[in-house]
Write a protein that binds this ligand. Structure first.
Ligand SMILES: [Zn+2]
Length: 271
């Protein structure tokens, strides 16, 4: 789902329509479907999100096996940026590295199910925060490459979370915390790290003077119990849409992680 932060700080979701019809290229504004009864039906067809070939099973959320093996965006260093091997000359795709990795990256803290540390491309912050269902986010600093951000994240993750408990996130369970108050101490820790870690010798950074951002989600009712749909096991999903948070659609009948089904051809009926 494509995301943006709309008026009044509410996340807005759109589903791109990539099907071979006249609507291809357009997208559905999903916030408008709240309280509507929807039927999603997986047709059984999956197309690789990169090369479009028809596949039986997808890897790494939407890729065919050859693309998963070959593309830089499917490499281990995308999940673990501290393992970036560009400097060793073994990057799968230098062009990708120059456009996605060797560009300024932001290190932030966000409040999802708890306070977590994270990194993302400097121009991608809002999308990342909405994707993870953060209710608050606070930038810490900007470094000039993804690898540096990854190395710093790994160190900070020794004393704080770097993952979200998605069930809690969907139930909207979190402890109210001021992220702005946590920022100075974390910046001190990072400065120490930069001084003492040789690998980070070259990691000039820009201190970001920004305030805490609050994000609201289009949700009428958060689930009390989280049951998730699995389109591979049960291709038909029916329910009334009660909300959207993170990459999840929340129905009265269960939740579905839309990201997990990238490349799946699904029909949508609005009843
Ligand atoms: Zn492919």
């Amino acid at each position: 789902m494509k995301t943006k932060l709309g008026e009044a700080g509410i996340a807005e979701y759109a589903m791109p329509l990539n099907i071979d019809t006249e609507s291809a290229g357009s997208s559905l504004a999903l916030n408008e479907f709240l309280e509507k009864k929807l039927t999603l039906n997986f047709t059984g067809q999956i197309n690789c999100v990169s090369c479009n070939r028809s596949i039986k099973k997808s890897f790494n959320q939407g890729y065919c096996y050859p693309c998963f093996q070959k593309l830089a965006e499917c490499d281990m260093c995308i999940v673990k940026p501290e393992l970036c091997h560009f400097d060793e000359g073994t990057c799968r795709d230098n062009n990708f590295a120059m456009n996605y990795c060797n560009i300024p990256h932001s290190i932030y803290i966000s409040l999802t199910s708890s306070v977590k540390i994270g990194i993302t491309r400097g121009n991608n912050e809002i999308h990342r925060w909405i994707d993870q269902g953060a209710v608050k986010a606070q930038r810490l600093l900007l470094v000039k490459r993804r690898k540096f951000a990854g190395l710093i994240e790994v160190e900070l993750a020794k004393s704080m979370k770097d993952k979200t408990d998605w069930r809690k996130m969907l139930k909207n369970e979190y402890e109210e915390t001021s992220l702005a108050n946590l920022k100075p101490k974390l910046l001190d820790n990072i400065r120490d790290l930069l001084k003492n870690n040789l690998e980070l010798d070259d990691a000039e950074f820009i201190d970001l003077d920004t305030s805490e951002l609050e994000i609201k989600y289009p949700v009428i009712e958060f689930p009390k119990k989280v049951n998730s749909f699995n389109l591979d096991k049960n291709p038909k999903l029916e329910g009334t849409l009660l909300g959207i948070k993170g990459q999840y659609l929340i129905f009265d009948t269960g939740v579905i992680n839309i990201r997990k089904y990238a490349g799946y051809r699904v029909s949508l009926e609005i009843n």
